[in-house]
Design a protein around this ligand. Structure first.
Ligand SMILES: Nc1ncnc2c1ncn2[C@@H]1O[C@H](COP(=O)(O)OP(=O)(O)O)[C@@H](O)[C@H]1O
Ligand SMILES: [Mg+2]
Length: 392
């Protein structure tokens, strides 16, 4: 049954509910669309047969599992050579859309297929990287999350500025002309997994290395990189969920990224690693995630930073973040938390907690993964006739 689109009238500013045309009992799945065109993407959807779709990678198995737990149908968008693997989990997947390459996601027939399946797309950490920014932010399928944030996330400088505007402490940030007076980490644009990142102790070292990178075509100019104080401490990554429906920020978990080779280097006695003269150099390629439970006395500050993040996105990118996000930090020995990056989507560290985390249990008293929480939010939104609050 697909009644929804009969029940809207188009006004200059968007879709509006027209009460008199509702048959009795229809109200529960009628969705009031106001404002932007993107919100209008869900018009015509059968809200009783919604499905949750994602790219088969990153945290997709968790996303399918969480959607199933809440009674949704699921759609795996998968590239050919991974199909065999995801077919092992077909009990979690109702429909496969098979692509030759991720770039095909925005092809007209693929988008139409998704729409015919009443699909809500859940973007995860690999989404923008796989399909490209243009497709990621313009795809004409409703997205659970804030699509405006993708562009900010793709730009490391804009990303750090957002954190600073939010009033969240970050590592000291240097410009190339600044005097570098401590150990710094230099980050290349779009270098997911930290490839090409390097540590340096002086401006000369930074300049020398960047000139080499320019020659090799890795970057175009000094402006392409960001230079951050390298904070000595322990890394901690916090998983949050902002619920526009319940209007609250939940801490759903925390993890430590297990990164090669920086985590491997510490297995060497200092005497040996010093003599290696940073060969091999530390690199930060994520291999997996380790669960983390924090000192309870740190939690108020962690929640405070999560709330500040949400408030800033509401100010500068209205309607603001929707659903999962992550702040990535180092905690030093003064218990200061320095946030060096964020992710505006579900992070792979949440895969640790498919059966819920010690924190999600406190809010929900049932096994609540981040992806089940996404599905629960969609359900709550439908029940309250507020779906427009969680989709962009
Ligand atoms: N300022 C910093 N101080 C200490 N370690 C850092 C800092 N910034 C990044 N790192 C380390 O480098 C890794 C990768 O950096 P990050 O900015 O998260 O890049 P990306 O995730 O885009 O590859 C982090 O997970 C962390 O281990
Ligand atoms: Mg990171």
């Amino acid at each position: 049954m697909c009644l929804a689109h009969h029940l809207f009238v188009w006004k200059e500013w968007g879709w509006e509910k027209k009460d008199e045309v509702y048959p009795k009992g229809v109200e529960s799945y009628v969705y009031v669309l106001r404002g932007t065109y993107m919100r209008g993407l869900v018009a015509g959807y059968d809200l009783e047969r919604l499905s949750i779709a994602t790219l088969a990678s990153h945290s997709s198995l968790q996303i399918f599992h969480g959607a199933k737990m809440e009674g949704f149908r699921t759609v795996a968008i998968v590239v050919k050579d991974r199909l065999w693997f995801y077919e092992q989990f077909k009990h979690l997947i109702d429909y496969f859309i098979v692509l030759n390459s991720w770039g095909e996601l925005c092809r007209k027939d693929v988008v139409e297929k998704l729409r015919s399946l009443n699909a809500i797309l859940v973007p995860h950490g690999s989404y923008v990287e796989y399909v490209g920014l243009d497709c990621a932010e313009n795809i004409e399928v409703p997205i659970f999350g804030l699509r405006k944030l993708f562009r900010v996330e793709a730009d490391q400088k804009a990303k750090m500025e957002l954190l600073q505007r939010a009033g969240i402490p970050t590592p000291k940030i240097y410009r190339i002309d600044d005097d570098i007076d401590r150990l710094v980490i230099v980050k290349l644009p779009g270098a997911k997994g930290g490839k090409g990142y390097f540590l340096a102790k002086s401006k000369d070292e930074v300049v020398e290395r960047l000139k080499k990178y320019i020659k090799e075509g890795l970057i175009k100019s000094f402006d392409d990189v960001i230079i951050q104080e390298y904070v000595i401490g322990v890394t901690a990554y916090y998983h949050y969920f902002y619920s526009p429906i319940l209007n609250r920020v939940e801490i759903l978990g925390a993890d430590i990224r297990y990164e090669t080779n920086v985590d491997g280097l510490r297995r060497l006695p200092p005497k040996i690693s010093i003599n290696l003269d940073l060969e091999p150099e530390p690199s930060f390629v994520v291999v997996g995630n380790i669960p983390l439970v924090l000192r309870e006395s740190l939690l108020p500050r962690i929640l405070e930073y999560g709330i500040k993040f949400v408030e800033e996105t509401k100010r500068s990118l209205p309607p603001g973040i929707i659903g999962p996000f992550c702040l990535e930090s180092v905690i030093n020995d003064n218990m200061e938390i320095k946030v060096f990056e964020f992710s505006g989507r579900i992070v792979a560290g949440t895969n640790i907690y498919i059966n819920g985390s010690p924190y999600s249990y406190l809010y929900w008293n049932e096994p609540m993964s981040t992806s089940r929480r996404i599905a629960r939010e969609i359900k709550l939104a439908i029940d309250r006739n507020e779906l427009e609050k969680v989709l962009t």
